[in-house]
Design a protein around this ligand. Structure first.
Ligand code: GAL
Length: 448
């Protein structure tokens, strides 16, 4: 018995996931300082916990708390239970993931290690590097995940070539979510095709006494706006070189200045109260006809859905101008913590459930995202979802499927945090454009 537990301990004879070499410490993650000590404590607590009579099941940890998110998690829960696994959950809000990550880390330190936790982007690698995550290669090989998940997403789901996360959606962030009756009032029947068209639309709204652009207070939301502007202004090759390859010379181009000038231009359409609301409250403004549009990820579609709204009738999903053909993705995934061997079967089962095409449809018709698999049926989705699925497949073929900066899918968290800082200070008028260009160059030069 003991040997089974010892075999399951991180760093202790894990067969396929090679223990990571010690990594240099980074200031953003002070809680990494005593990993071995708290890992040891966590595992002692796990060993002491209730054991044999427990039904096979999972305990998941996530951050889905808004209306659309809750409805989506309910779909995962129901599907999991129908497949015979007991379900327990705990959550902590925090879409930008900083607070969520702190709470998850505190739980793990205290020995309350969940079976699986929601995670996005490079944070998956940061947990895997510490040897905490279970290897999913067997189930991935059996079910041929390599064949159905786009490569760019796989790169985040894998650590050192091994599957360590199960991706169950592919949101995209380069969208305008537009209130339909306000658009009709302004005579805007078709999407703004170019930057100038967008500015003309926002001007028209302002002249008609309509709040043009809704946004919330958090840096990740400001960075969502920034990434659409950057992709639309600089194009896919620029975006890839600057934000995925982290080549600081990419930012020498005059286009970087234009990107920040455009951000400054957009700032003029924000209301005075934007630093006091959350992203979903900004969504409420659009849903309720108090603002024309919001630039946000496809989770807004899920929020509209729980409010009984329908695309085409009540709102429009239009691609951010000049980013048509690009898909800036944010893939929600679950990672699986190393657990005593008796939990292993339930973990594998849950990973398999998450990757089931039927689950990926059931969840994502609620969430508003495209499934992470490219082989699902489009018919059950609304027109925004169907558009997203088509766009994902097209972008995947053309190398324009690129990770979202704001959601940590483009580069490691230390770089993301530095970009947040530049973008939010500039948007709030606390940094001028030349200062922002210089600070952004320094941010992306912070290679891990
Ligand atoms: C993201 C998450 C999305 C959505 C969004 C807003 O981090 O991946 O699924 O929940 O936050 O909360």
């Amino acid at each position: 018995m003991l040997s089974a537990f010892v075999a399951a301990l991180p760093f202790a004879g894990v067969p396929t996931l090679r223990p990571a070499r010690p990594q240099p410490l980074r200031p953003v993650a002070r809680w990494r300082l005593r990993p071995l000590l708290w890992l040891g404590l966590a595992w002692l607590a796990a060993l002491a916990g209730p054991a044999r009579s427990e039904p096979a099941g999972v305990e998941v940890f996530h951050w889905w708390v808004t209306g659309g998110e809750r409805a989506s998690m309910d779909a995962i829960r129901d599907f999991t239970r129908q497949r015979g696994l007991a379900w327990k959950e705990d959550f902590s809000p925090g879409s930008g993931t900083a607070r969520y990550t702190d709470v998850l880390a505190a739980r793990v330190r205290a020995g309350r290690v969940p079976t699986a936790a929601q995670m996005i982007g490079y944070e998956i690698h940061e947990w895997a590097r510490r040897g905490l995550l279970e290897n999913l290669n067997d189930v991935a090989a059996r079910e041929e995940w390599d064949e159905v998940v786009p490569n760019e997403i796989q790169q985040l789901s894998k650590w050192q070539g091994q599957w360590v996360a199960a991706p169950f959606n592919a949101h995209s962030t380069n969208w305008l979510w537009v209130n339909q009756s306000l658009a009709r009032r302004l005579g805007a029947a078709t999407p703004p095709d170019t930057w100038d068209d967008l500015i003309a639309l926002l001007d028209q709204a302002r002249a008609a006494g309509i709040q043009p652009l809704a946004i919330g207070k958090e840096a990740w939301e400001h960075t969502l706006l920034f990434e659409s502007v950057a992709a639309g202004t600089g194009g896919a090759a620029f975006y890839r070189r600057a934000f995925l390859d982290l080549d600081p010379t990419a930012l020498d181009a005059p286009v970087t200045t234009v990107i920040f000038e455009r951000m400054r231009q957009l700032a003029r359409y924000l209301d005075a109260g934007f630093m006091r609301r959350r992203w979903d409250q900004a969504t409420d403004l659009v849903a309720g006809g108090q603002a024309l549009l919001q630039v946000q990820g496809s989770w807004v579609d899920g929020e509209f859905k729980v409010r009984g709204l329908r695309p085409g009738r009540d709102y429009q999903c239009w691609r951010f101008p000049d980013t048509q053909g690009m898909y800036l993705f944010n893939s929600d995934q679950f990672v699986f913590f190393k657990q005593p061997a008796r939990q292993r079967a339930a973990q594998e089962r849950f990973a398999s459930i998450l990757m089931d095409p039927d689950l990926q449809v059931a969840v994502n018709v609620r969430t508003g995202a495209a499934p992470a698999r490219v082989d699902v049926q489009q018919a059950p989705f609304n027109r925004c979802g169907q558009g997203a699925i088509t766009d994902l497949r097209g972008a995947n073929m053309r190398r324009t499927l690129m990770g979202s900066i704001a959601m940590g899918n483009a580069h490691p968290s230390a770089v993301k945090a530095a970009v947040y800082d530049v973008v939010t200070r500039h948007l709030q008028g606390r940094l001028d454009t030349p200062g922002a260009v210089a600070a952004l160059r320094a941010a992306i030069a912070r290679k891990p």
